[in-house]
Ligand binder design. Structure first.
Ligand code: NAP
Length: 364
């Protein structure tokens, strides 16, 4: 892989859970990193980045930019060779207005960033943070394809604004990016499609989806049993590495599924119990599909989402990322344990620990 930084690089949404690790990796390698955030004066969004920058040989410049506004990206991108476009709203639960809150920022943001790329002659490569949810909509979709697992040739064709709107927003944004990339020949587009990203964050203020999933294990959400749901997991540090390779390797092309392995909720619970003991309300059994469907509305999971995901296996090939990017993936257990440990250390599951006073992490 190229070791010499070719010039400045831009990371949009540089303060995010994934992007912060990417910024750190880039700084560690000596890059001059430009990063956009929504408000450079907000310390909760920027302090951890400034701290990371103090440690690395590279340098960090922060710029204000909002996905909904075209202004801001040109200035941040000036002179950059690589653009990592990670910014996009990630809201899976209780979306108030799917079009306003997800579809518009994801698609307008992609258009604004890529139109700025078209105006910036130094850019040669754009790495888009897409997702496996641009590959499939619901686990049930796997029953409708010829293969036994999803790969980079598959596209989500089942999500829409009122069913899995986050997945829909990512699908539209990735499709738009490929369309805009095809309209020119100066820069090439490389997409990375991570699964559910777990592992420790660099900021205490993150509310990324993985944090919410892990908190559910610590706050009793699954106390009476876990639905038969599977997650395709990948570590945040590996996702940052995948972005770096997608940006620097000269001949990479296309989409790259970043997934280590798929685990069910009950398998995740068993990993957590083995490591942290019985003091947390980790589920011990799977609830039947019928019971899970009945419970879904109380858990604020739409019926259609529950029906098309509970009880269905979820499988992905990660072969292309291993071959084209040379990726190796941490075992999911490592990401799960490291992530939950951070929640314990940050006191984010402390209320639950007080309810289970006799238990301490690691005790059995
Ligand atoms: P995150 O921490 O919530 O990061 C999202 C980033 O997007 C934040 O920097 C956020 O800025 C920014 N953003 C959202 N709306 C914006 C707007 N209107 N204008 C400007 N910036 C905006 O979540 P993440 O997990 O790191 O997600 C980063 C990318 O990875 C996203 O594209 C997401 O779809 C993708 N992804 C995530 C996962 C996962 O499991 N976490 C899996 C696959 C793909 P603020 O901090 O100001 O809100």
């Amino acid at each position: 892989m190229t070791t010499q930084p070719p010039g400045p690089v831009l990371v949009t949404g540089g303060n995010g859970y994934i992007a912060s690790w990417l910024v750190k990796r880039l700084l560690d390698r000596g890059f001059d990193v430009h990063a956009t955030v929504r408000d450079t004066r907000d310390p909760t969004r920027t302090d951890h980045l400034r701290a990371v920058a103090r440690g690395g040989p590279g340098s960090l410049s922060l710029f204000d930019a909002d996905l909904l506004e075209a202004a801001g990206f040109d200035r941040a991108m000036a002179g950059c060779h690589i653009v990592f476009h990670t910014a996009s709203p990630l809201i899976v639960r209780d979306v108030a207005d799917p079009v306003r809150d997800l579809v518009q920022p994801a698609t307008r943001g992609t258009r604004h960033v890529l139109e700025a790329v078209n105006r910036t002659p130094s850019v040669r490569r754009v790495v888009l943070t897409s997702s496996i949810v641009a590959i499939y909509g619901d686990a049930a979709d796997l029953q409708e394809i010829e293969a036994d697992r999803f790969d980079e040739s598959h596209w989500n064709s089942t999500s829409h604004a009122h069913h899995q709107p986050y997945s829909y927003s990512k699908t539209l944004a990735e499709r738009l990016a490929w369309e805009l990339a095809a309209g020119q020949d100066r820069w090439d587009l490389v997409a990375v499609n991570p699964g559910l990203v777990l592992g420790p964050g660099l900021s205490r203020h993150t509310s990324a989806e993985g944090v919410l999933v892990m908190r559910d294990f610590g706050n009793g959400y699954y106390r009476f049993g876990a639905p038969e749901l599977e997650f395709a997991i990948v570590d945040v540090r590996d996702v940052a590495e995948g972005h770096l390779r997608a940006g620097l390797l000269p001949r990479v092309r296309g989409r790259h599924i970043l997934v280590s392995e798929t685990l069910s909720l009950i398998e995740i619970a068993s990993i957590l119990r083995n490591r942290f003991g019985d003091g947390y309300p980790f589920p011990r059994q799977t609830v039947s599909r019928v019971a899970a469907l009945m419970l879904a509305p109380r858990r604020r999971i739409p019926q259609a989402v529950a029906r098309r995901n509970i009880g269905y296996p979820l499988r992905f090939h990660n072969r292309y990322a291993r071959e084209a990017l040379g990726m190796t993936f941490r075992p999911a257990a490592e990401s799960i344990v490291d992530h939950f440990r951070q929640l314990v250390d940050d006191g984010l599951v402390s209320r639950v620990r007080r309810n289970f006073e006799d238990a301490r992490p690691g005790s059995r």
